[in-house]
Write a protein that binds this ligand. Structure first.
Ligand code: NAD
Length: 300
């Protein structure tokens, strides 16, 4: 279904802003893509290919754009987001629904300088936003119920699977779980328990493939909660519980081992292997999502 009447502005045209634009153009939304950096706008235009013709690229959101929806997608810095959403608010009608794509900064913190925080909430998309179905919908204390409903309805029209949190907690749901998993992965590497290749193999081809088909709770139901409890009783005292990031991670970042974009992270990357992996991931994500949705329909 195409959304004929809606107009959206995306503020921040980086990794997420560009794939958000791609998603919306495909659904017939009229898109304004804003970035203070003209070079980023040009990169985004090139990356959008044919979709770019339907996008208005600009370095400034103005009152003339009059979007129905705005998604803030600037870097994950609280003060910057506070400033950007307050500025967005001063340039759009009072009826415009404003969302932040923050990965986990509390919504009330970002809204602290807003005049009408009741029309503001988190809509946390996942990379690439045009493909990955889930969107965490995160209300702040002052977000109105009708705004949550309207955001969910619009996200569903975009083909997404909005899932609403009852309460905003730092990191929301996905990043809390991702970081809990990674804390343990890093601890296992630091302790020399396993090499990076073997760790990836074990996780990808065990809990990884299973979680592509069932969420963790449904999967545990299938497995048996009594077994899970027995394991949890002896295992939890042994799990990593540090409240600071692993030294290994901090060392890698200090050395410039930032991952594929830097040529080295846990593994070695060339520009070619990075591009190939990213392109292949886009293709394969569609296939995995189709299988997961099929499983979902079978359950219904
Ligand atoms: N990259 C991911 O995998 C991912 C996934 C989900 C959510 N997020 C979240 O999405 C947001 C954006 O992440 P990203 O990876 O796209 O970052 P990015 O650095 O690729 O893009 C951010 C863009 O914002 C622009 N910008 C900075 N200040 C601006 C301003 N005042 N007005 C307009 N544009 C401005 C920058 O020029 C940059 O192009 C962050 O909050 C991040 O946590 C990222």
């Amino acid at each position: 279904m195409q959304i004929e009447s809606s107009r959206a502005a995306i503020v921040g045209a980086g990794t997420m802003g560009t794939t958000l634009a791609k998603l919306m153009v495909a659904q017939g939304v009229s898109v304004t893509l804003v970035d203070t950096n003209p070079g980023v706008l040009e990169t985004s235009r090139l990356s959008l290919g044919d979709c770019a013709a339907s996008v208005c690229f600009t370095t400034e959101l103005t009152a003339a754009h009059r979007p129905d929806y705005v998604i803030e997608s600037v870097p994950e810095i609280t003060a910057l987001k506070q400033e950007v959403v307050a500025q967005i608010e001063s340039r759009v009608p009072d009826s415009t629904l404003i969302m932040t794509n923050t990965s986990g900064i509390p919504i009330d913190d970002i809204a602290s300088r807003m005049r009408l925080p009741q029309r503001f909430l988190g809509a946390h998309f996942f990379n690439p936003a045009d493909i990955v179905p889930a969107v965490e919908v995160v209300p702040g204390h002052r977000t109105e119920a009708t705004v949550i409903e309207a955001a969910c309805a619009w996200l569903a029209q975009l083909g997404k699977r909005p899932a609403v949190l009852n309460t905003c907690v730092p990191g929301f749901v996905a990043n809390r779980i991702q970081h809990a998993v990674m804390r343990e992965c890093l601890a296992l590497l630091e302790q020399g328990v396993v090499e990076p290749e073997a760790l990836d193999d074990i996780v990808q081809y065990s809990i990884g493939v299973r979680m592509a088909l069932n969420g963790p709770l449904r999967q545990r139901d299938l497995n048996g909660l009594d077994t899970h409890l027995n394991i949890a009783r002896y295992l939890y005292p042994d799990l990593d519980a540090r409240d600071t990031p692993a030294a290994l991670l901090a060392d890698y970042v200090a050395e410039g081992r930032l991952g594929a974009k830097a040529g080295q992270g846990f593994f070695q990357w060339s520009e070619e292997s990075r591009a190939q992996s990213q392109a292949q991931e886009r293709v394969d994500l569609h296939r995995i999502i189709a299988i997961a949705l099929q499983q979902d329909r079978t359950r219904a």
